[in-house]
Design a protein around this ligand. Structure first.
Ligand code: BES
Ligand code: ZN
Ligand code: ZN
Length: 502
């Protein structure tokens, strides 16, 4: 798909469809709506006045223009009440419109990149949000469909049309940003969507290498020998049940300017989580291919950081392995020596995420970062606590958490904080080792966070439990059912604002 920005008037544009927006209860039409209405001899006001279309959020009405203007159809899209309108609804409304048109087989459509005369949202946010809404909403994962590919409907061209030549430069910049971010989300979604037999740790390392090559990133992978030499006993234990060798993937983005802040992003990449000997129930086990959603996000984030040329030094650490049962698998009761030197008693082999993250967190301290952000599908309990749409946040640094909150607000990727109070530590105290990997059912997400905290040291750190939002069980406004790429937009936004608020 191509998105192009042109100077001109929508009503003069030859296109398969034009999208026009309308606030609920507004009798007066918006500026672009009005221009089209006039040019088409009142087609829009007829629909609005008839009462068929009130402009409720995501309400749609398709109008055939019958030659009155060059555009073949006008799709009217509701924005809901003016007072309730915000950026995320804009992304959603644009996305809904794009999907309605795509599903009708429309291959090109046109719209204004912002609502002229509306000041509640900046020109940049309007334009970026619109392009993100289109891309994110139109995502499809079709890689493994070999039959009837001709039935896959795809939009080929989107024209952004504005009469205001003076704004073109600012709009184009926002469009470029949105395309970079959307591509990064697509990358993460593709990786998560792919099944475990098509993304083994070795394959994931290879894919990360391709990303590195295309984006001038440094790429390094530790194989098992190196892990043994370093003493990554926790990661090696999780990997011991599988024939697929684990990989510790490192990607590094060095900005042109030196002596900028270093941020480490760690992503859990269990390419398949069967639970190991503490085997999961078979129902929905197929979903456990998404247990590398944190790692996928980390790859997307660093690709976007490089393409956006962000002024900071970023390192992505992605411990990657399968978690399988076998005669060589690690067992409940085993005691592991992690890279930090701390010993860990394994209560459940299904609490493997925190084990591989323990080694990655310990390793990250060698980089002496200004901040560590980890993303992980860590606990089913997080879904119980916060639902399917919300990321659980825990951390040891108020400023860093405030940055995450702000990025969440800007991107619409919802985040809610859970506490890491000392009293939870008792739940993961071990009688035989320094710590145990399970703290029982109460506060399951928090005890996961408290476990990780033990491996962080003094560095500012935030843990994002994305077990809920990594996968959408049903379509959301601009997130189609399936892999969501959660975390990419959130952390990229945080990094874009890194130097603003410090
Ligand atoms: N990958 C799972 C967590 C998960 C569950 C993510 C469902 C997404 C959806 C993780 O490795 C796990 O199995 N956690 C256990 C921890 C428990 C044994 C302390 C869990 O949540 O049950
Ligand atoms: Zn598990
Ligand atoms: Zn897991």
């Amino acid at each position: 798909m191509k998105v192009t920005l042109q100077r001109g008037r929508l009503e003069d544009f030859a296109t398969e469809a034009i999208v026009a927006f309308h606030f609920e209860g507004d009798e007066k039409l918006l500026r672009d709506e009005e221009a089209m209405d006039k040019a088409s001899g009142g087609l829009i006001s007829e629909v609005v006045q008839s009462g068929d279309f009130q402009g409720e959020l995501y309400q749609a009405s398709l109008i055939y223009t019958k030659g009155t203007i060059l555009g073949k159809r006008i799709l009217l899209m509701g924005l809901g009440k003016r007072g309730d309108f915000h950026l995320d609804k804009w992304r959603g409304a644009v996305s809904k419109a794009a999907r309605i048109l795509r599903d009708k087989g429309v291959k090109d459509f046109s719209l204004s990149p912002y609502l002229r005369g509306e000041r509640k949202i900046s020109l940049e946010d309007f334009s970026q949000g619109l392009v993100e809404g289109i891309y994110l909403g139109l995502y499809q994962f079709t890689e493994f469909k070999t039959e009837e590919r001709e039935n896959i409907k795809e939009v080929e061209q989107v024209h952004l049309v504005t009469p205001d030549g003076k704004k073109i430069f600012r709009i184009q910049k926002a469009v470029d940003v949105a395309e970079i971010i959307s591509r990064a989300v697509y990358l993460a979604r593709d990786l998560v969507s792919r099944p475990a037999n098509r993304k083994t740790p070795s394959m994931l390392a290879q894919m990360a290498k391709d990303v590195a090559k295309n984006n001038a990133l440094r790429w390094e992978v530790f194989n098992m020998d190196k892990m043994r030499e370093l003493g990554m006993g926790a990661l090696l234990a999780v990997a011991s049940g599988s024939r697929e060798p684990p990989k510790f993937i490192i990607l590094e983005y060095k900005p042109p300017k030196k002596s900028l802040d270093t941020v480490v992003v760690i992503g859990k990449a269990i390419t398949f989580d069967s639970g190991g000997l503490s085997l999961k129930p078979s129902e929905n086990m197929d979903k456990m291919k998404h247990d590398m959603g944190g790692g996928a996000a980390a790859i997307g984030i660093i690709q976007a950081a490089s393409q956006l040329k962000l002024p900071l030094h970023l390192v992505a650490l992605i411990p990657a392995t399968e978690n399988l049962p076998s005669g060589s698998a690690y067992r409940p009761g085993d005691i592991l020596t992690s890279l930090s030197g701390k010993t860990i008693e394994v209560i459940s082999t299904d609490a493997e995420g925190r084990l591989i993250l323990a080694d990655a967190l310990a390793y990250s301290q060698r980089i002496k970062p200004k901040a560590i952000i980890d993303l992980a599908t860590l606990t089913g309990a997080c879904i119980i606590a916060l639902g399917n749409n919300v990321t659980g946040m825990m951390g040891n640094d108020e400023e860093l958490k405030a940055r995450v909150r702000r990025a969440a607000d800007r991107t619409g990727e919802k985040v809610w904080e859970l506490p890491l109070w000392e009293e939870y530590e008792e739940q993961i105290r071990s009688e035989v080792a320094d710590i145990k990997n399970v703290g029982g059912r109460p506060a399951g997400t928090i005890t996961g966070g408290v476990f990780l905290k033990k491996f962080v040291g003094e560095y500012p750190w935030v843990h994002l439990d994305i077990a809920g939002p990594v996968w959408a069980d049903k379509d959301k406004p601009y997130v189609p059912k399936g892999a969501t790429g959660v975390g990419v937009r959130l952390v990229v936004q945080l990094l874009r604002e890194w130097n603003l608020s410090s």
